[in-house]
Design a protein around this ligand. Structure first.
Ligand code: DAH
Length: 339
């Protein structure tokens, strides 16, 4: 039996040399190690071996099996390596990868993201509301009376149902306060607003606004000013000059428009308006109070500030874009400049 094992081993060592494919390697395995293979058959003879020879023959049997298994493993690895080499033949893996066309944010999205990031840092969370609104959330709750020009059919898109496309994102102030569980409320609402306007370089029927609202027990004008100065300095640089100019909005008292000083090469510097803001008018709190079953927004207990700005306007200023229509025409020659 020892002789038989030795000859199996030497036959295997000789045969492996000519194995050059996965299928012939499999045949080789079956021939030696398969159920009816030579080694398996020889191993079956172990039970007839005399007791004193069992140890020696058993060891030899193991040695031959290990040798053959080793041969198969080595050959498998060699065949795999050959296959890999063939697959990449003629390819230079050191060449730089081909570049894929990459997308980039639209200039309005880029500005919106910056604005949102900056206000997030100050603790403002995003709030949302529908674009199709009712008059209560768009006007009445915001202290805007029936005869206000903004409510005119000439200025606003109404549906037959009496609903309308929101004319500003200030609607989200109202919805947030109606649903708030606790104070403070510190939210921003980015989104689209719609007005019936003649379309030209600075007017559009839809634009992107960002509304902000902070309500707590004691909010002051200094909080408003500090927040918005920080915001505009973050967006346009800390040397940017700002001014708060008294103005009127139905939903804030006092109210301001914020102007930024714009320096354009070859022109004298000029102030241009970039946002509206003010201290929330007690009439707005009163409207919210009347809708709620508790006193969370009772006008004599809370105070707050609000602001609203046009993202389009900020992006135009930042990049010196002269015409609002460029944002919606999707001309890649324009958009690629911001990629
Ligand atoms: N809603 C105003 C508009 O669309 C912008 C605005 C002004 C919002 C003053 C405010 C504010 O919250 O306090 O023109």
């Amino acid at each position: 039996m020892l002789d038989e094992l030795s000859s199996i081993q030497s036959d295997a060592l000789a045969a492996i040399e000519s194995i050059d494919s996965e299928s012939s390697l499999e045949e080789f395995r079956i021939h030696y190690l398969g159920k009816k293979g030579r080694l398996t058959a020889t191993a079956a003879g172990m039970r007839d071996v005399a007791k004193e020879d069992k140890r020696e023959i058993g060891q030899k049997l193991n040695e031959v099996r290990t040798t053959i298994t080793g041969l198969i493993d080595t050959r498998t690895a060699q065949l795999d390596a050959q296959k890999d080499a063939k697959a990449v033949a003629g390819i230079d893996p050191t060449l730089p990868a081909r570049s894929l066309p990459q997308g980039a944010g639209h200039p309005l999205s880029q500005m919106l993201n910056r604005a949102v990031d900056t206000l997030h840092q100050l603790g403002f969370a995003i709030a949302e509301g529908p674009e199709i609104e009712d008059e209560w959330h768009c006007f009445d709750a915001l202290n805007t009376p029936e005869d206000h020009p903004a409510r005119n059919e000439k200025d606003t898109f109404y549906f037959d149902s009496g609903k309308l496309l929101r004319t500003h994102t200030s609607t989200v102030q109202v919805r947030t306060m109606e649903g708030a569980k606790t104070l403070p409320v510190r939210i921003i609402a980015p989104g689209s607003a719609f007005r019936r306007d003649e379309i030209d370089a600075t007017h559009s029927i839809s634009f992107t606004q960002l509304e902000g609202l902070y309500v707590a027990e004691e909010v002051s004008l200094a909080d408003l000013k500090g927040t918005l100065e920080y915001f505009f300095h973050s967006i346009f640089g800390k040397d940017t000059e700002l001014r708060f100019r008294p103005h009127f909005f139905p939903f804030t008292e006092p109210s301001f428009e914020i102007d930024i000083k714009l320096h354009t090469a070859g022109k004298s510097a000029r102030w241009i308006e970039i946002a509206g803001c003010g201290m929330v008018d007690p009439a707005v709190f009163e409207a919210i109070h009347s809708q709620r079953k508790d006193d969370l927004f009772s006008p004599d207990q809370v105070s707050g500030f609000a602001f609203g700005l046009g993202i389009d306007r900020l992006a135009m200023i930042q990049h010196g874009i002269p015409d609002l229509r460029l944002f919606s025409e999707n001309d890649l020659r324009f958009l690629n400049q911001f990629a």
